[in-house]
Write a protein that binds this ligand. Structure first.
Ligand SMILES: NC(=O)c1ccc[n+]([C@@H]2O[C@H](COP(=O)([O-])OP(=O)(O)OC[C@H]3O[C@@H](n4cnc5c(N)ncnc54)[C@H](OP(=O)(O)O)[C@@H]3O)[C@@H](O)[C@H]2O)c1
Length: 274
């Protein structure tokens, strides 16, 4: 199948493209340099010319704290950019996979979020991504909305690499314990997307690692798998003030679509080498 990937140079995009290619798909790799999703004419022209059979829309404004001040930019990319893709794909009957986030929820639940649960973002990034979801649903009936969370991949700045770097330079780590969620490896997410697109069961999916942990629990496992032995101190989010609020409870029910988060982390650490 001919698949257009937006945001192909991003952390997810760079791990997703090889998974799609290895499965025999013909991938049109695009990012801001050759397909700026905020440029409606460029988007229409590109899609009309290249005629993809499916679009995986991974391009986004992803700076969660930055979005609190760069609000317009976040909405331009995550809402208007998504609208441009959804409009033309809807008109041409091309299915779309929109990558979304656990941050569409407010974190007030105490049992795993289900795809149909009510949304209520508590930060600008989450709100802009939710507007992206809404526009996709409105403009293209053939949609997969794939909400993922706590993503780490081989080609991007991420929590796992940050923890490893800090652990090598600091005597101890202080990590937030009062936010819980589901760490997700980009490769596991990519494989789950591959399985989803092979059927036509459109709708909203939660695709994150199975099980859950806190950032503290995540950091502890990273160091354990890396054989780095330094103290990890649990702290509250009050100690780590950020511009954007984060949901305290971000656990999503993934319906078994992804392996256990610890299993994936182990594989990531084995593959990353040194
Ligand atoms: N990272 C996470 O923890 C996480 C969690 C939940 C959901 N998600 C979602 O997963 C998807 C992939 O995230 P990621 O971590 O791979 O993000 P990323 O590394 O920031 O990748 C996003 C890509 O989109 C590109 N982009 C930005 N503006 C664009 C535009 N106007 N036109 C075309 N491309 C543009 C970026 O280019 P530049 O780098 O040049 O700006 C970047 O290559 C996103 O939809 C994100 O919202 C991520």
């Amino acid at each position: 199948m001919k698949i257009l990937v937006t945001g192909a140079n991003g952390m997810l995009g760079q791990d997703l493209v090889p998974v799609l290619k290895n499965a025999g798909h013909n991938v049109l790799e695009t990012d801001i340099h050759n397909l700026d999703i905020t440029d409606k004419d460029q988007v229409s022209k590109y899609i009309l010319t290249n005629k993809p059979e499916l679009i995986i829309h991974a391009a986004a404004y992803t700076n969660v704290d930055g979005a609190e001040t760069e609000t317009e930019k976040a909405f331009l990319i995550n809402q208007t950019g998504t609208e441009n893709i959804a409009l033309i794909s809807g008109n041409l009957n091309i299915p779309i996979v929109y990558i979304s986030t656990d941050y569409v929820f407010d974190g007030q639940k105490s049992s795993p979020y289900l795809p149909d649960d009510g949304t209520k973002p508590i930060n600008v990034y989450g709100y802009s991504k939710l507007m992206g979801e809404e526009t996709v649903k409105e403009l293209n009936s053939k949609y997969f909305i794939v909400r993922t969370s706590w993503l780490y991949g081989h080609k991007g700045k991420n929590f796992v690499e940050t923890m490893i770097n800090l652990a090598r330079t600091k005597p101890e780590l202080r990590v937030v314990e009062d936010q819980v969620g589901c760490p997700t490896w980009t490769v596991a997410l990519s494989e789950a997307i591959l399985n989803l697109i092979h059927n036509e069961k459109y709708g909203i999916y939660h695709v994150c690692g199975s099980g859950s942990t806190s950032w503290y629990g995540f950091a502890t496992k990273i160091l354990e798998f890396m054989n780095i032995d330094i103290p990890v101190i649990p702290v509250t989010s009050e100690e780590f003030k950020t511009a954007a609020k984060r949901p305290k409870y971000s656990i999503m029910d993934n319906g078994g679509l992804c392996p256990d988060w610890k299993e994936s982390l182990k594989k990531y650490i084995e593959l990353r080498g040194e």
